[in-house]
Design a protein around this ligand. Structure first.
Ligand SMILES: Cc1cc2nc3c(=O)[nH]c(=O)nc-3n(C[C@H](O)[C@H](O)[C@H](O)COP(=O)(O)OP(=O)(O)OC[C@H]3O[C@@H](n4cnc5c(N)ncnc54)[C@H](O)[C@@H]3O)c2cc1C
Length: 384
């Protein structure tokens, strides 16, 4: 039986919404997860870089063991710019961590989290597309469609974890005029756990070790994306080689290209009483620093902590919201700012900026405390 009232309604059972439901397992609260898809699974071509901090949270959610075999450790990150001097190399050994991060497919991450949902105690409502939310202090309303029927559910706290795409809200959008072409590539030399972030005037490109291959995220000006998508494989590989260089030897194959438009989307209004946004519903970032899911998972973790510290009656009231946003302010603000600055400063072909970038990379490489600070922020968030 689908309940008509719960304490917490999580709208969107993607990776972030699922993580919140699992984190609330022993809360004693009635939790429902409404997911538009018919099941908690996804065919999504994205590969995600998970930070060391994310691994620690997934361990606490008893999810990491299910994912570990499918995650490829990142032991070194090589950062450089095309057509300019300076480079920085971050190494797990130097920072005394087992890995700087892990690359996984979105589908594998999602499957590992979905496996924890049945045990979470949450009521799982699939095939449920939420059409409207009416938050209110005390008790809010969720309207959804399931199997062609209009239904409703009331809850003390509504948590929007729908990825930010489906429900209208006041948002601020910064369009970078870029799209990411993603695909799987193989290089002549084995990756040995080495990832690359390379800044080019057209936008950043990243190579993340994944299995025996690399997951490529190649940022492209929006007006060029169609042309690049139409290149045959040989042309694509030749252009990629010329943009990336030969640090990994020759590129041998490039499989399954797909495109994601890139924008920074943030909420323009403060959360109303009775409603909290988490994950991409709260902030959708450019993938340049691989922070989106990592930040969203920390949203879920800290929201669960705030919920566990509150009484049932306090859920969603002004003090509750202020407590949650106090926890998240620096991490979220820092994550957004760092990502945005990287896109603006590193994807720019002004000669003077190239010098500044080169100096910044050289300084980071040479000054150990600077490198450690940067790596810690990437691994554990701006608050670290
Ligand atoms: C090219 C690219 C590369 C990226 N690389 C990285 C990376 O390396 N590292 C990293 O940390 N992040 C990365 N990200 C960001 C990451 O993919 C997102 O931050 C993450 O997927 C957000 O998870 P989410 O659960 O908030 O949203 P989503 O993954 O969008 O999930 C939302 C869920 O809500 C459901 N839903 C939607 N609307 C409704 C509705 N109306 N009713 C009910 N259910 C609904 C959907 O079906 C879905 O299951 C990348 C993103 C892109 C585009």
């Amino acid at each position: 039986m689908t309940p008509s009232h719960v304490d917490i309604a999580i709208i969107g059972g993607g990776p972030v919404g699922a993580a919140l439901a699992i984190a609330l397992k022993d809360s004693g609260l009635a939790v429902a997860v409404l997911e538009a898809k018919a099941e908690f699974a996804a065919r999504d071509p994205r590969a995600l870089a998970l930070s060391q901090g994310t691994r620690l949270i997934l361990e606490r959610l008893a999810t990491w063991d299910l994912l570990a075999a499918k995650a490829t450790p990142i032991e070194t990150i090589h950062v450089s710019q095309r057509g300019g001097f300076g480079r920085a190399v971050l190494e797990a050994k130097e920072l005394a961590v087992p890995a700087l991060g892990y690359t996984t497919e979105y589908g594998d991450l999602y499957a590992a989290l979905a496996a924890g949902l049945p045990d979470s105690g949450a009521v799982l409502i699939t095939g449920a597309r939420v059409t409207a939310v009416r938050p209110a202090s005390g008790c809010g309303l969720v309207e959804y469609e399931q199997a062609g029927l209009a239904r409703t559910l009331t809850a003390r706290l509504l948590v929007l974890a729908d990825g930010g795409k489906s429900l209208p809200g006041e948002v601020k959008v910064k369009d970078y005029g870029q799209s990411a072409i993603i695909c799987t590539v193989r290089t002549e030399a084995p990756h040995n756990g080495r990832a690359y972030e390379r800044f080019t005037p057209a936008g950043p490109m990243a190579l993340l070790p994944l299995g025996d291959d690399y997951a490529l995220v190649w940022t492209t000006q929006a007006d060029e994306v169609e042309t690049r998508m139409q290149w045959d494989d040989a042309t694509f590989i030749a252009e990629l080689q010329s943009a990336f260089g030969d640090r990994q030897g020759r590129f041998l194959t490039a499989r399954s290209r797909s495109v994601f438009p890139l924008r920074l989307i943030t909420s323009a209004a403060a959360d109303q009483a009775g409603l909290v946004r988490i994950g991409n519903a709260a902030q959708t970032l450019h993938p340049v620093a691989g922070q989106g899911f990592n930040l969203g998972l920390r949203d879920a973790w800290w929201l669960a902590e705030t919920i566990l510290d509150a009484s049932r009656e306090q859920l969603g009231d002004a003090a509750f919201l202020s407590q949650y946003h106090k926890h998240r302010r620096w991490d979220v603000g820092g994550g957004i700012a760092m990502t945005d600055i990287l896109v603006d400063v590193f994807a720019n072909d002004l000669p003077m900026l190239s010098q500044v970038r080169g100096l910044a990379l050289t300084a980071m490489d040479a000054v150990s405390p600077l490198k450690t600070l940067f790596a810690r922020k990437m691994m554990f968030g701006a608050q670290a």
